[in-house]
Design a protein around this ligand. Sequence first.
Ligand SMILES: [Zn+2]
Ligand SMILES: [Zn+2]
Length: 345
Amino acid sequence: MSRAVFLYAAGDARVAPFNLREGAPGETLLDVAAVGLCGSDLHYYKDGGIGAASIVEPFVPGHEFGGWLTEDLPELGLARGALVAVDPNHACGHCEHCHAGHPNLCPNVAFIGAPPHHGAMTERIWVPKSLIVPVPQDFTPTDAVMLEPLGVAIHAVDLAKPKLLERVALIGCGPIGLLILQVLKSVGAGEILACDPLPHRRALALKLGATRAGASVDDIAEWTQGEGLPLVIEATNAPEGFRDAVRAARIGGRVVLVGIPDGDTYVLPASEARRRGLSIKFSRRMGHVYPRAIELVALGKVDVNAVVSHRFSLEEGPDAFRRLAVNEPGMVKSIIYPSGQSARG
Ligand SMILES: [Zn+2]
Ligand SMILES: [Zn+2]
């Protein structure tokens, strides 16, 4: 019997025995090497769900993960023991959105780690072979995990379409915001004015290339003499994230919303958005971005490890949720290592 971190309800995470299900045709079994604790996982912990997707019975979270193959996969040129990443977005492949190249918008998706589909905060997991993403074998399990959040960041920047040297406001410097920041740098964005209420996250934003980092959007307003910036990317978990993004935007500007607000609700005075005539996009997961995510990491253009602050064993998983939920100082990205190894030679 293996073990897993289960979310039973809001505020209730426990490690318990987990009955590994039978594999289905086309699936392969992975030893989970590492699994990230995402802001969306935290929403299930804090709110018991995200909108209509709620915890009905205990479920195992974890959609950002890498693992070791337990069998040879010659069709992918991979041998048993190889480290791989997994795209958790199991889209149907048949609907108009899948056909249009937007698997992230597939309404029939089976997303690994979102209820009712158990995720990877466990020792072993069956995954469709079609979702296996081969990675360079000098990648660490942490690198493999971080490809998924990095993919979210790449997708957000794709939607934002920053112009060369365009100035950007970044609302929120959590793991996703800090990855967006690095992707923005790599595509040639100009000055990046960031804000986040947590001092350690502001410090990290400055280290990773933000021009300035303030405690609130008021700082960005002040630095731009109240004019705001032409492009704003929001990556917070706050109901005020949308409002702050709007306030940081220049008249006629573009706003991309990436974050998931606590309580599934935005707080926004309509006039602030309307009077600026803003163009607003909602970013939803990601499209086909893994090859670029791998390349950014392999070339060292994005430092995913700079964002990782805490490492936990599986047994410590509930503790990781609890500490992140109270915004413990110093916490940015947490990774859980179910095998107890943070690397394997
Ligand atoms: Zn995630
Ligand atoms: Zn589909």
